[in-house]
Each structure stands twice: as structure tokens, then as C-alpha cells.
Design a protein around this ligand. Sequence first.
Ligand SMILES: [Zn+2]
Ligand SMILES: [Zn+2]
Length: 375
Amino acid sequence: MKIKSAILRSSGVAQPYTKSKPIQIETVELDPPEKGEVLVKIKAASLCHSDLSVINGSRPRPLPMALGHEASGIVEQVGEGVTNFSPGDKVICIFVPSCGHCIPCSEGRPALCEPGAAANGRGTLIGGGIRIHTETEDIAHHIGVSAFSEYVVVSENSLVKIEEDLPFEKLALFGCAVITGVGAVVNTANIKLGSTVAIVGLGGIGLSALIGAIASGAREIIAIDINENKLKQALKFGATAVFNSKDENISEKVKNYSNGGVDYAFETAGVVAAMDVAYAVTKRGGTTTTTGLPHPEHKFAFPYVSLTAEEKTIKGSYVGSCVPKRDIPRFIQMMKQGRLPVDRLVSNIISLEEINEGFDLLATGDSSRIIIKMD
Ligand SMILES: [Zn+2]
Ligand SMILES: [Zn+2]
């Protein structure tokens, strides 16, 4: 079938994207779902920093690529052997497909699925196929989803079925920002009631982590960013203190404020300077968790002795260490109860045609979650 899809053909072009237009809305051919695959009509898809990282070249991926990965939609058709989904089901897309059989999947860690990671790196579905084409070329899938499209064909292992009746733009958030940010707090760091927290980087994931820390009973939540608007927003979301990371001696200031540092620091920006701050403001015996996806060649250096003499822990958190089928329905329930108000992250609703403008806005840092609402 012919569909409209947002295609990136070259990365690293100059901003503003409103002028350089790195993404073009093209009419492309979408194959029908094959064995184990599902055709989904996309209803809402968010602009995430991981998309921006492919556009600006800090996360190299095969091109041309159909971008987008944080999304919700309705099942339109299922391929051979698919028994868990039927046409009409509401679904949220997951950006790491899990095979269910490799060692990490068997250990209950689907975010680390080995065939899933390999497929995402290649720009294919987990079965190895590419379902998006023009007349002359294949278009790579973005982390198994490619959600800035009218329809997608994805592996059934890239979907979670949702029973709740909620607006699709709210459901989309759970596909990346919420599971990554809330999951980092409740699964990876597993913070304790009454603990102290610092969050460095206040995009959709950082603000989700903030909401997760409040829900987990943190007594102090220090929000840190270079953007004053983000700091104001963090206060509205419930941060107990904010610091601008442009300040000189930012780490010393946060350590002084928190009597030697926090129990748990989270770095969500994928920037080495932010990770430096997060590690420095982690107290003796504390844990630094990063959800950041920096350029693969960037290295993070730290005083080696501090791991031993200060018993510090550094943890990586991918997809918030979530089991999406377990965690997403729980988090949605808590949002409905008002105890995990992640729906407040939606700051802008745009059309598919406004996607370049949307990425300019995301790059300024003056928004939290920009959602494309599909017709
Ligand atoms: Zn994302
Ligand atoms: Zn697996």
C-alpha cells in the first residue's frame, strides 16, 4: 500500500531544519505484514531526542531511514501466526523488539534482546526484513518502528496491547519517555522512600524521571539543566530545587546544597558534561544512573579511586530496564489515578507536515513532548 512517511536521507545538515528540511514527507510503498508482523495505523507519534540524534548525526544509522519510535495506534491487519493481536486492538510501539528466546530475554531483560539490538542497528525489523520501499530503494526502519508514518509494519514483539480508553497522544508517551525515565528510577536505580535525587537533563525522559521519583517517595529532587524554561517547568512538576548547569562550579553548588551529594543521580541528556555533573553530585555510597545515548565515540572519565573508596555505583539504564508488557499497563493505571501525571509532558501537538519545525523546537529545549497527531 502507498503511505505518507517522514524520510531522512542525510544526517548532520545545518539548523534550522525549517530551512534545511532534512526530513521530507514522501509517498512510499509499505509491504503487507509477513509472518509474526502486524500492520498498525499510527494515531500519535512523539518527537524524541533519539530521533534528533539520528538527524544531527550523533547517532549514526543506515540511511535513508523512516524515523520515529514513540507511538500509539490501532492494529489494522495481522500476518501469519500472530495470535496476540487482532484488528482494532489499541497498541503502543516498543523501540527494542524482544525475541523472547535469547539469554537476556530469558533472564527477564527484554531491553537487552540481542537479535533486537542487531536488527535496530541494521535498520531492519527483528526478522531481518525491510517493509518500506520506494521504486528504487529500501528505506531503513528506525529502531523497528518508523512511526512518523500513516501506517507501519512492525514485529508483534515491538507492540504492547492496551485495554485502556485514553487519548492516543497520551498513550504514545509510554513507548519511550515514560518507560525510559520512570523505569530508570523504579527499575534500574530502584530508589528508596525518603531518598535524595538529582536529575541532570530535563527533556521528556528527565521530566518522566522526576515524576517517577516523586511517585517513589523521594524527599529531595534537584533538577539540573542549561535551559531556564526547563528549570521553571521542573519546579511546576514538583522538583524541590533547581540549578542551572551553566553556573560555574555547578557540581560543588549542588553538593553543598545537598550536604555532600544525593543518593541517586540520573543523567538523561547523553552528554559527557552532564554525566560529569551527575557523577560528581552522587554522594559517597550513592548511585549514578544514565539513560543517555551519547555519540558512540564519546568517553566518560572519572576518578577511578572513587568507585572503591567512596563505594559509588554507575549504572546504565536502557528502556528503563523495563519489561514493557508488565510495566506499561501499571504505569498507565497510575497515570489514570493521578499518581504518575506523565500526561502533563505533552507540550505541543503538530501535524506530520510540521515535523522539521517540530525538531527545531525540540532542539531549543523549550518544549517537553511534541506529538504528531495523525488523521
Ligand atoms: Zn525515544
Ligand atoms: Zn531476545
